[in-house]
Design a protein around this ligand. Structure first.
Ligand code: SF4
Ligand code: SF4
Length: 486
């Protein structure tokens, strides 16, 4: 028992995680206070005593009082109860953002494609269905008194392969929004293999794009090939150069296979040295679709390569991101899949997940939660919506002791289903990557804040951080300049 004084007992007022660094150095992290510092075993023991009610301020200006004062400054002591993030939903989904899976056709045959696009019969969304989706979000924005709505063109294939619907839908959406005094934002997730005419149109009409590009031409071309097996880098890099010339907003989404891990840093440097993307995100390839049998890239070597690539990106003033490492963000969900994402399949089902873009997906019964109904309405399955909304990190026993939980949000639910089926979540290989990279971020925040402690988001980070990995987060408190799609 530490020295007792007659004063009020100091109370630990934060959820604390102690993360061992090296000998006698520990990262002390209070995620809900956005606070952290590096301490020794003495501080860790002090915190344990505090938690056990075995510390009292003695008021003699000694070491314990100094430590208590420091902890009060970080809201770790005597700051009252914490408020964990908790998303509140309306009874019925009222999205102001629609994602249109315009087609399952694709002009590429990427070796790791999650959608195995190009295989099977291609299906295209009709203009009528796309308009119905637009009408719904425009109506919701008006009902909710908002001044903004959003249309996103996405895959299951390459959205520009359904060019007539894409262009006509955007023209329609702009007319509808303008007539009602709403601002409309339109984003495109694309492989950036366009004709010259398409490139002109995109630069003139779309607000931003998320471009799939794996970096060095030879790395990109190893996987991102045409049906004839030719690399697509020349077309993609031409599009990026044009985007830069026009000051068009875009982010780059890199997919990293096991074979490409050793080239990740060079690839990131190549992109940083030659182009001006608003964001660069690198994710290990998922083992689904055409990549189902590929070796895992969710490895320690990915973390090592990511760190090296991050260092190179910073030399050019860029930040490399990984979707689930986002220290300082507070959320109980990973992505919009559990927050009423309103995405439409070509056949008119409503999906909450970017990887479930048609009715034949093995996980369609979970993520497809509605459909077009009657002449112009929508029908939603309330039970499915409630189930999806319940997939929060605080409901996962496995995540309870994880320091990254309030920023990770429980990671990709689709990925968890692929790994564990519908059984109890028991972590994935991504968890190690998430924790390592989140820890790096916290240490970087401490360093940026002067090297002693971090408390509150660094302004520069807050301005760019993605609230979550998915496009609907453009509606969030820290909208990314260009949403990146996972
Ligand atoms: S992050 Fe995972 S759950 Fe969320 S939309 Fe993407 S694939 Fe689906
Ligand atoms: S255990 Fe894994 S999924 Fe859960 S919060 Fe931690 S890193 Fe995220």
């Amino acid at each position: 028992m530490r020295v007792i004084d007659t004063g009020k007992l100091p109370v630990l007022s934060a959820e604390i995680f102690v993360i061992p660094l090296e000998a006698n150095r520990f990262l002390i992290y209070a995620p809900l206070r956005r606070a952290a510092f590096v301490g020794n075993a003495g501080v860790v023991n002090f915190l344990a005593d505090l938690k056990g009610g075995r510390v009292e301020g003695c008021g003699d200006g000694g070491n314990d009082d100094e430590t208590l004062e420091f902890l009060r400054r970080l809201e770790i002591v005597d700051a009252g109860p914490e408020t964990p993030p908790h998303e509140v939903f309306p009874d019925e989904p009222e999205p102001t953002s629609v994602t249109l899976f315009l087609t399952t056709a694709c002009n590429l045959r990427c070796a790791y494609c999650y959608a195995a696009a190009g295989e099977g019969r291609a299906r295209h969304m009709s203009l009528e269905l796309a308009r119905r989706g637009v009408d719904f979000v425009v109506g919701n924005a008006l009902r909710r008194g908002e001044d903004h709505c959003e249309v996103n063109f996405h895959g299951g294939g390459e959205p520009t392969r359904n060019w007539p619907t894409l262009t006509a839908t955007l023209a329609y959406a702009r007319r509808q929004a303008e007539a009602r005094g709403l601002k409309l934002t339109a984003y495109l997730a694309t492989n950036a293999v366009f004709s010259a005419r398409q490139l002109d149109w995109i630069v003139a009409h779309i607000d931003g794009a998320s471009v799939s590009c794996d970096g060095l031409p030879e790395v990109h071309d190893a996987n991102r090939v045409t049906p004839a097996g030719q690399g697509s880098s020349a077309s993609v890099l031409r599009a990026l150069r044009r985007f830069d010339a026009e000051n068009f907003a875009y982010g780059i989404r890199m997919t990293v296979t096991a074979a490409a891990i050793p080239r990740l840093a060079d690839s990131v440097e190549y992109l940083c040295a030659n182009f001006h993307p608003g964001q660069i995100q690198a994710e290990p390839a998922y083992q689904i679709g055409r990549g189902a049998l590929a070796p895992s890239a969710e490895t320690e070597t990915f973390v090592v390569a990511f760190r090296e690539a991050q260092g190179r990106a910073r030399r050019y003033g860029h930040e490399l991101t990984f979707s689930a490492a986002r220290a300082g963000t507070l959320t109980d969900h990973f992505c919009a899949a559990t927050q009423d994402l309103f995405a439409l399949t070509p056949d008119g089902s409503v999906s909450s997940c970017y990887e479930v873009f048609d009715e034949s997906s093995p996980r369609a019964p979970i993520f497809l939660y509605g459909a077009a109904d009657g002449k112009d309405g929508w029908r939603f399955d309330r039970e499915k919506i409630a189930f999806l909304r319940r997939q929060t990190v605080d409901r996962r026993a496995y995540c309870a002791g994880c320091f990254a939980r309030w920023s990770c949000g429980g990671d990709c639910y689709h990925k968890a289903l692929v790994v564990h089926g519908e059984g109890e979540f028991a972590g994935t290989e991504r968890c190690d990557i998430i924790r390592e990279l989140t820890r790096d971020q916290i240490l970087a925040y401490i360093a940026e804040a002067g090297g002693v402690f971090w408390h509150g988001m660094p302004e520069a980070v807050a301005a760019t951080i993605e609230k979550c990995a998915c496009v609907s987060c453009a509606e969030g408190e820290n909208p990314p300049r260009v949403p990146l799609f996972v």
